[in-house]
Design a protein around this ligand. Structure first.
Ligand code: SAH
Length: 195
């Protein structure tokens, strides 16, 4: 089989894993009432960008090879690296959903009896789910041998992350006050000990 197809198949398996992890979280979250909803147009733009960059564009490439002009030849080492990055992303993605439990939301929301989670991956960074998105973008870039598709994942991640992260921390500070401030002092955002 051509390496380019193998990369596409591994990427598609990653997307299936993504869905299998996300779906139960969505169902569970629906049962817990939202007490503060800070969904905004700004956040919707971020969510759409991430879906386009990490889902639609790579999906289109996997199915049709579009945009053909930007395709290069895949190398085995790239596929291996991409598979490792995507697997790491899914492992962290799963851990964050387990840890957040009913406190998870697709957007910026505070739920009834919202708890401040600071354990598991949240002991290291404040936004480990966004760390997993970044790793996903890295995985995509190595698995799908196309410059535009590779860049699209990082762009989608960046738009979501930078439109959201300040707002999210502001919301958490408003709700949890000094507890979140203290949590911020001992954690980084997405890369342990670095950023
Ligand atoms: N930014 C986090 C969570 C993404 S899900 C991450 O990257 O892992 C977004 C929702 O998670 C937000 O609506 C917020 O209510 C909630 N949230 C974010 N950090 C949290 C924390 N430390 N404890 C509990 N809920 C949190």
């Amino acid at each position: 089989m051509a390496l380019v197809s193998l990369g596409k198949i591994i990427w598609a398996m990653g997307v299936v894993a993504w869905y299998l992890i996300r779906r139960p979280a969505e169902r569970r979250a629906r049962r817990h009432r939202i007490v503060s909803n800070q969904r905004s147009t700004r956040d919707k733009v971020g969510l759409v960008s991430a879906s386009v960059g990490l889902g639609l564009i790579p999906g289109l490439f996997a199915l049709t090879g579009f945009p053909h002009e930007a395709t290069y030849s895949a190398r085995p080492i790239s596929l291996l690296l991409g598979a490792v990055l995507y697997a790491a992303a899914m492992w962290i993605f799963r851990r964050t959903h387990k840890e957040l439990g009913k406190n998870w939301s697709i957007s910026l929301e505070i739920r009834e009896e919202h708890e401040l989670i600071a354990s598991g991956p949240y002991a290291l960074v404040r936004h480990p789910m966004y760390t997993s998105f970044l790793l996903m973008a890295g995985g995509q870039a190595f698995l799908l041998a196309n410059w535009i598709v590779g860049l699209a994942g990082f762009a989608g991640f960046a738009v979501l992350f930078f439109l959201r992260v300040d707002k999210e921390e502001q919301m958490m500070l408003e709700f949890f006050g000094s507890r979140y401030r203290e949590y911020m002092r001992r954690t980084k955002r997405i890369i342990p000990y670095v950023y």
